[in-house]
Structure formats: structure tokens, C-alpha cells
Design a binder for this molecule. Structure first.
Ligand SMILES: OC[C@H]1O[C@H](O[C@H]2O[C@H](CO)[C@@H](O)[C@H](O)[C@H]2O)[C@H](O)[C@@H](O)[C@@H]1O
Length: 901
């Protein structure tokens, strides 16, 4: 009767050679109970020993044998314990790489409960799950780059790679393996043969990562969006000698090459699960003994970094912790996650956008950190000359074959050949509604100001841009976001539209009688709300997950005041409301104060990674932080969302510099004032549209906000509105022009607030500067601080004061307008240019500081000057009264002298 070797992967036979090596063969024990134990020890599903089943002596420990007699016998009751299991057989017992389809399904289930998986999946690609067959097909596709090699295999020899592939495929999906082998007749080894193959399944990262990376490059949509699972489980102490690899296993092994003497009692397994496409891949495992939560976190962040470096887009990590080790809450919070109980879902922040060229990945990191361009924005504004996946492939091979100095020079060549210069995707655009002599010019008395206003009117032509059709056709080759209508850009490095800048641009355009251009820009914003649910900071993909101060409804108000186009309003009112809801859903927070709860808004951008357009600055700023890098980067983005990037306004009390930026802890006066004005405008719009229910809904929202602004932001001692800090539970007493924006927004219900605030301004040292109202009184070197002054802030303060009805306020308003116009005019005379910001301290100088050179152009500065000339055209002068007297004397002196002589 033939013998059956019962042990998995055992190839020993009764041969002379084996007998010479001392290998003996042993029948299964007669005793039922002992026999059962042997069967279990074999880990063969459904296996029952028959009379002919045998085990060779290599599956027993030395001490299991009684060698006293002539025949080598097994001692009574011993159980075989030495096996070289393939990893997929280890799963039920110890350190298995969880590869069965059930693991995947369970994962889906647990995520489903938390409500995260579905949401992420939809957010990522918006598709639903597919059927079983499709799953199988996908598994096969997953390996498609290896199929050609397989079909080409000749002869009986299986190469190492080939064996590794076969083992990995079998591990990954036995059904797929069977299908390939039996239905498609791939020359794959029989699963039994496979059992004899040794596999390099050592702890640490395995080759799956490489395969995934290849897959991801080929199909970013399907493979770029992944979930990283970390599973920790207890294992039985089990030290074994593996004759195939001639090594011992069972000790602590972190895959770092260090030999440990402790026996492993725990296994950590990392599995990458495709959120789109139903695939999963075990990518790493570690054997350890009571791993500290901190080390677990280190391993997890390495795994995340690995994904990041290999250009995987979105990822979440789900952590199942072993019982009784550490506090899940503490561990998860270091990753910015929230947990409950022993199971927690750590959500890694999404990157600024999904592009593995413009927003995440090794290419972005390498180019920006090589500092090839003076301004990081240069690289992320370049278009691609080829598909993203081909460009990434080229980059990978460049990296592989070049290091050190050679890399930078090769990178430059690569950028020259694979990328287009910034701006090639847009063309200059002459606004068709541009007019030589808008009515506004005739209202300006000072001839020099009149000429200047005419120059500014001409500037619209140089700031007009139309996005080329190719951006619409091949969006993934451009960082520029497609919008249907041409735009007026700020200028300089800002080659795309900016959200809040456009409010002052549109106001200026309306004064220049260019209402079609203004309307086109508003339509673009409506299109963006419709498409993305928010208006991005600016017209680039790297701005897509953050916005800017919400001016859309107020822009529409400017347009409506000018054009009275009720049809346009009624066609788009829903989108105005949709944008409002974005802010209320994603940027609101409940502020508990003195026993009441108030709903107010803040800037908050839960998005990870450095800002792509300022990558190296952000990266270096956070470089020495042991934890909290992601948090700092998110806070910097929130500051950018405020439009005040950067400012002492967002610094925390304990750290008064850029590293201390904690924007999301601040309830900003200006944001809430702007939303007050949005709510008031929506009430007005709905009344005009005779939609009373909606009007009263927004009236209620407005009333509630006015109450909340009063309770939380009004400070009766200081006599003005102040930012409220959620961490310190206190108001920031520093001067900022934003403290006065509620006047502009009419976000109060009692005139006495205005009177007090006017007195506050009049007595504030900030008011004394002859070149305008500074952004703050702190000189931090940041651009939204002293000594810089910005057009939008001057405008909101001046227009607010002007409309209060108080004479004192109107006087202050005019005085500020005169200072601002004069400063801008003097700088214009000196540099023949308009700037984005100005210096209140030094005469005739633009502003400075911050992370980039001061820019010329400049959209909002032009718009604000035109607005002030419209408001006070008959009174404003190009120089101060003293200066104008002197210049009058100088002009008229020769005439006087001639009369005299
Ligand atoms: O590149 C750095 C930052 O540049 C922009 O901010 C500044 O310019 C914008 C356009 O004029 C303006 O809206 C903003 O208030 C300025 O601080 C950009 O908006 C930022 O997101 C970007 O990080």
C-alpha cells in the first residue's frame, strides 16, 4: 500500500539516501485523541488521517524521540510541531498574511459600520461595487504585466521570479490561480508543486508594493486610491528551523535585518486594499513581542510614507489593535484620528488633490526639494507634455539610474522635455466689452488721478486670460482648472483666477462698464460650485480642497445692483445657496459660551501634505517636528483659505511664529461678518424672487448670526469685534482691520456698536500711518502683518465707515481713502506699476515680506482704487494738501516771477 506523506510541503520519501540521513517515517497514532491532535497540527483543511498516512521525523523535535532501542520510536503522546507552512496556511493559527476573500469582506463590513468606506470610495471615484466575476477578472488584470512572461515560459524550469509570482498569486487568490491555470491554461505549477516552492516571505515590506506601484502607474484611477489596514494579532511562541531557507524563524523580526533573541508573540500585518476595484494585497508583516504603541505608530507611518512615496493618492488606515496594549485614543490622535473603544479608524488627511504629479508623491517631492525653480509655484504650474503615467514612469527610471548631483541635472533635462512652461495653457485675452472712456473717468476732478484711472482701466486688457481648449480636453495634463469663461487674473505669479480677489476685480470691471466680463467670472464661480461643491482658493488643482473668503453671493449683489438681471439671479440662486451650505456644513463650529451654544464659522482645511505651490517652505518648516507635521500643514492651508497667508492673527499664544499657526482655533471676525452679509443678501434675493419661505429661513440664520457675533466676538471693553480663540477661550485684543468688517457687513443690530468701533479706530495707533491702514501692528515678517497694507481691507473698512450715516465715521473713511489712493498713486508714479500690497511705513514703496516676491498687476488693487475714485472722485487728490500747495506754487512760480519782473 502506498504511503501518504501527510505534512504540507513535505517531499521526503523512504529512500536509501534519506534513511542514511536518519529520516524515519511514523504512522499516525492509534489513539483517537492523539491522532486528532496530529491532524490539527498539520493545518490541512478537511484532512483526516488514513491508515497509510505517515509523517517523517523532521516534523518532530529531537526530544520527541526515544532512540534507546534499535528502532527509533516516538515517545508517547508527542505531537508533530515542526512544519514549513506556506504563509496562507498559517492564517488560522498564527502570523498569517490575511489573504482570503473573507478578510476583504470583513474589512468592508467594519468600515461600512463606521460609515467611512463608502463615503471615501464614492468621494474617490464615485463608483459602486461590482460582481464576483468582475472581482476575479480584476485580480487577473492586476497581474497583467506578468502574463506575457508567463505565456512565454518554456521548458520545465521555473525561475525564482516565476515561482515567486506563482506563490504570490496563489496567496492572493487561489480561485484566480485555478482559473488561470485550468481555464486559460497558463503554465502555472500545480498547487501541490507550489507547496514545495520556498517563498521569500520575510518580515518587512514584500514585493507586493512594487507590483502595486506598477499597477498604480498604469491605472491611477483603479489603483491610486487605497486603504491601508494594520492588523495586530497574538501568535503562539514557535521557533522552527526552515530547511529550505536554512534559517530559524519565530523570533522577533522587524524586517530591519537585526537578529533578535526574543521569541515573537505577536504579528502585525499590513494589507493594502483598493478602494476602487476590489483588490487587496498583503504588503508587509512584522513579528514582535509586546510592541509599544509608539513603535506601532512608527511602523504605520513608514507604511503610509511608502504609499505616499510610491504615488498612491488617497489612503486611510484602519487599525485593529491587540487587546490590552496601550491606549488606542493616544495612538490614533498622533495620526490625527478619532477612535472609540479598542477599534479605531485613523483617517490620514487627504492630499491637496489626487494628482500624483501636482499634489502628492515622489516626483513632486523630489523636484520641489531640489529647488530647481526660485518659486515652488513654477513647477506646479507647468503642463505635462505626455500622460501622467508615462511621465511618472520616466521619472521612476530616472531616479533609479541617477543619484546625487547627476540627479539634479537629469531632473532639469526631464523637466525640459516632459513639462511645458507655466502659462502655456492659457492665452492673453482682450475683453470684448472693454471701453476707452467709461463714465467713471468724468467724475474725477484731479487731472492726474483721472489720467491714472484711465491707465488702470487699460490694465484690464493686460490681465485678461482665456484657458485653452486643451485644458478641458486633457485635464490631467494641467494643474489649471478649466472654467468656461475668460478671467481677469491678479497678475505676476498669479496666472489664474483667485476667489476673493475677484470680488474687487468684478467691482472694478463694473465701474469700467465691463459687465459681460464680470458676469463671465461670476458664471465661472457658479460652475465651480456646481462641479466641485466649493469655490477653490484659486484656479489650480492644488487649491481644490480649500476655498477663500466666501464672496460669491456678494459678487452677485454687485452685479445685480449694476445690471438688475433678475433672470440671471433666479437661474443661479440655488448655486449661491449651495455655496453657503458648503461653509455651513464644512466650516462651522459650535462655540459654547456662558451657558449658551453659538454656531459660527472658521477657516479649516483638513488636508495633509505641504502646499504644493510652496512645498519646500512648508516641508522645511515642519521638518524638525516629531509629530504634528500634518496638523501644521493643514493649519497653514487654513490660513491660506482665510486669504491672510500668513499672519500673527493665526499664531497661537504659546508659539508666536509661523510654526505656531493654528488657524482653525480662531473664530474670525471677518469671515463671520462676510457670512452675515451673505445671509442678508440671500434674504434680499429671495424677497426679490418672491420666495418668502426661503427669505425667512435666511432671516432667521442672519438673526442668529448677529446674536452669535455679538455674544462671542464683540468686546465691550475694547469697544470693537475681536477674533475669538477656541483653545484659550479668549478674544485676541490685537489690532487688525478685520475687527471693523462687521460695520461693512451691517452685522449688528444697534448703532451703538458702530459708534464705539469708530472711536476705537480713531484712537488706535494703526490709524496714524500716513500711507494706509496696516494689517496689524506686529512686524513678524509675514505679508499679512505690519508694515503691509492690503487693498481689500482698506476698501471694506472705508466703505463700511462711509455707509454708517455718522459724520465722524465718514470723515475717517475719507481720510483713509485719501491716504490709500495717494500711496498707490505715488508708487505707480515711481514704478509705473500697481502692486498687490503696500508699505505703510516707508513712502512710495510696495509691501514685502512673506514667502514670495511682491507681485505687480494687480487685480484687486486696481479694482479698489477705481472704487474709491468712484466714491470720492470729486474730493480725492493725487497728493496731500501740503504737497499739492507746494506743487501748485512750483507750477505757478515761473508765471508769478515773470509778472513781477
Ligand atoms: O503661493 C502662496 C499663496 O499665494 C496666494 O496668496 C496670496 O495671493 C492671493 C492672490 O492675490 C491672495 O488671494 C491671498 O490673499 C494672498 O495671500 C494664494 O491665495 C495662497 O493660497 C498661496 O498659498
Amino acid at each position: 500500500m502506498p504511503e501518504h506523506r501527510a505534512a504540507y510541503s513535505c517531499s521526503n520519501r523512504r529512500t536509501i539516501a534519506n534513511r542514511a540521513r536518519g529520516i524515519t517515517f511514523h504512522k499516525f497514532h492509534k489513539d483517537k485523541e492523539v491522532r486528532k491532535k496530529w491532524e490539527v497540527a498539520l493545518r490541512r483543511e478537511g484532512f483526516t488521517a488514513s491508515y497509510s498516512s505517515v509523517l517523517c521525523s523532521q516534523h518532530f523535535k529531537q526530544g520527541d524521540f526515544d532512540r534507546t532501542g534499535q528502532i527509533v520510536r516516538l515517545r508517547d503522546g508527542v505531537i508533530p510541531s515542526v512544519f514549513s507552512f506556506l504563509v496562507h496556511l498559517q492564517k488560522d493559527h498564527s502570523y498569517a498574511l490575511p489573504a482570503s476573500p473573507t478578510t476583504y469582506d470583513q474589512t468592508q463590513g467594519s468600515l461600512g459600520k463606521s460609515g467611512k468606506s463608502g463615503t471615501r470610495e464614492e468621494e474617490c471615484h464615485g463608483q459602486s461595487k461590482e460582481g464576483k466575476d468582475h472581482k476575479l477578472k480584476e485580480k487577473l488584470e492586476f497581474y497583467s504585466d506578468l502574463q506575457i512572461d508567463l505565456m512565454a515560459k518554456q521548458g520545465n524550469e521555473y525561475t525564482k521570479d516565476y515561482r515567486e509570482f506563482a506563490l504570490t498569486l496563489h496567496l492572493h487568490g487561489p480561485k484566480a490561480y485555478k482559473y488561470l491555470r485550468e481555464t486559460l491554461h497558463f503554465p502555472l505549477p500545480h498547487p501541490h508543486t507550489l507547496q514545495r516552492c520556498s517563498v521569500d516571505a520575510k518580515p518587512g515590506l514584500n514585493k507586493m508594493m512594487d507590483m502595486l506601484e506598477r499597477r498604480c502607474q498604469g491605472d491611477q484611477a483603479k489603483y491610486g486610491c487605497v486603504l491601508l489596514m494594520l492588523d495586530a494579532m497574538s501568535i503562539r511562541k514557535n521557533v522552527q528551523y526552515n530547511p529550505h531557507t536554512q534559517s530559524m524563524s519565530g523570533f522577533v523580526d522587524m524586517g530591519d535585518g537585526n537578529s533578535e533573541t526574543d521569541v515573537a508573540t505577536e504579528a502585525l500585518v499590513f494589507i493594502v486594499v483598493g478602494l476602487q476595484g476590489h483588490w487587496k494585497a498583503p504588503t508587509a508583516y512584522f513579528l514582535n513581542k509586546s510592541l509599544s504603541p509608539k513603535t506601532q505608530m512608527v511602523l504605520l507611518s513608514h507604511a503610509l510614507e511608502e504609499l505616499h512615496a510610491r504615488a498612491f493618492g488617497w489612503y486611510l488606515s484602519s487599525i485593529r489593535r491587540p487587546y490590552g496594549v496601550g491606549s488606542p485614543q493616544g495612538d490614533c490622535s498622533s495620526l490625527g484620528a478619532t477612535c472609540s473603544g479598542a477599534v479605531c479608524l485613523a483617517q490620514n488627511l487627504p492630499p491637496p488633490c489626487d494628482s500624483t504629479i501636482y499634489c502628492t508623491g515622489n516626483l513632486l517631492h523630489t523636484v520641489q526639494m531640489a529647488k530647481i525653480f526660485k518659486d515652488d509655484k513654477h513647477f506646479v504650474d507647468m503642463g505635462l507634455r505626455d500622460t501622467p503615467s508615462r511621465i511618472l514612469k520616466k521619472f521612476q527610471s530616472l531616479i533609479k539610474s541617477n543619484q546625487g548631483e547627476a540627479l539634479v541635472s537629469k531632473l532639469k533635462d526631464f523637466l525640459n522635455t516632459s513639462f511645458a512652461e507655466p502659462g502655456e495653457e492659457i492665452e492673453p485675452w482682450l475683453p470684448p466689452d472693454w471701453k476707452e472712456n467709461p463714465e467713471l473717468l468724468s467724475q474725477i476732478t484731479d487731472p492726474r488721478l483721472k489720467q491714472w484711472a484711465s491707465d488702470l482701466n487699460h490694465l484690464w486688457k493686460s490681465l485678461g486670460r482665456k484657458i485653452k481648449q486643451e485644458v478641458k480636453d486633457l485635464p490631467d495634463r494641467h494643474s489649471q482648472i478649466y472654467v468656461p469663461n475668460a478671467v481677469i487674473v491678479p497678475g505676476g505669479r498669479f496666472r489664474e483666477f483667485y476667489y476673493w480677489d475677484s470680488y474687487w476685480v468684478i467691482n472694478g470691471l463694473l465701474l469700467s462698464e465691463m459687465s459681460s466680463t464680470a458676469r463671465g467670472m461670476i458664471e465661472n464661480f457658479l460652475y465651480l460650485v456646481d462641479r466641485y461643491g466649493l469655490i477653490p482658493n484659486g484656479g489650480r488643482v492644488y487649491y481644490i480642497r480649500r476655498s477663500q473668503p466666501p464672496f460669491l453671493t456678494i459678487m452677485m449683489d454687485s452685479y445685480m445692483e449694476n445690471q438688475k438681471n433678475i433672470t440671471f439671479l433666479s437661474q443661479n440662486i440655488d448655486l449661491l445657496e449651495k455655496e453657503y451650505h458648503f461653509w455651513m456644513t464644512n466650516r462651522s463650529v459650535i462655540v459654547p459660551l456662558e451657558g449658551a451654544n453659538y454656531t459660527l464659522n472658521r477657516y479649516n482645511v483638513p488636508v495633509g501634505g505641504p502646499r504644493p505651490e510652496s512645498y519646500s517652505d512648508d516641508y522645511e518648516l515642519a521638518e524638525n517636528l516629531t509629530d504634528g507635521q500634518q496638523t501644521l500643514w493643514a493649519e497653514l492651508k487654513a490660513a491660506a483659505e482665510s486669504g491672510w497667508d500668513f499672519s500673527s492673527r493665526w499664531f497661537s499664544k504659546s508659539q508666536q511664529d509661523l510654526k505656531g499657526t493654528k488657524t482653525s482655533s480662531v473664530i474670525p471676525v471677518d469671515l463671520n461678518a462676510i457670512l452675515c452679509r451673505v445671509e442678508r443678501t440671500l434674504v434680499k434675493f429671495y424677497k426679490e424672487l418672491k420666495m418668502d419661505e426661503k427669505a425667512s429661513k435666511f432671516q432667521t440664520a442672519l438673526d442668529q448670526r448677529i446674536e452669535a457675533v455679538k455674544a462671542v466676538l464683540w468686546d465691550d471693553d475694547v469697544g470693537v469685534w475681536l477674533d475669538y480663540n477656541l483653545d484659550d477661550k479668549s478674544r485676541n485684543k490685537e489690532f487688525f482691520p478685520s475687527n471693523l468688517i462687521p460695520i461693512w457687513a451691517t452685522c449688528y443690530n444697534n448703532q451703538q456698536y458702530v459708534d464705539k468701533a469708530v472711536t476705537y479706530l480713531e484712537n488706535n495707533p494703526a490709524f496714524k500711518y500716513r500711507n494706509g491702514l496696516p494689517t496689524s501692528l506686529k512686524n513678524t515678517g509675514q505679508q499679512w502683518d505690519f508694515p503691509n497694507a492690503w487693498a481689500p481691507l482698506q476698501h471694506m473698512v472705508i466703505e463700511g465707515l462711509e455707509k454708517t450715516g455718522s459724520n465722524k465715521a465718514k470723515e475717517l473713511a475719507f481720510s483713509l481713502a485719501q491716504k490709500w489712493v495717494q500711496t498707490n498713486y505715488e508708487v505707480y508714479q515711481k514704478y509705473n506699476a500697481m502692486f498687490e500690497k503696500y508699505n505703510v511705513e516707508n513712502d512710495s514703496e510696495p509691501g514685502g515680506g512673506g514667502e514670495y516676491e511682491v507681485q505687480l498687476g494687480f487685480g484687486w488693487s486696481n479694482g479698489v482704487v477705481l472704487q474709491l475714485l468712484d466714491l470720492y472722485g470729486a474730493r480725492l487728490t493725487s497728493s496731500s494738501v501740503l504737497c499739492s500747495t507746494v506743487s501748485w506754487v512750483l507750477v505757478t512760480l515761473p508765471f508769478i516771477i515773470s509778472l513781477w519782473t
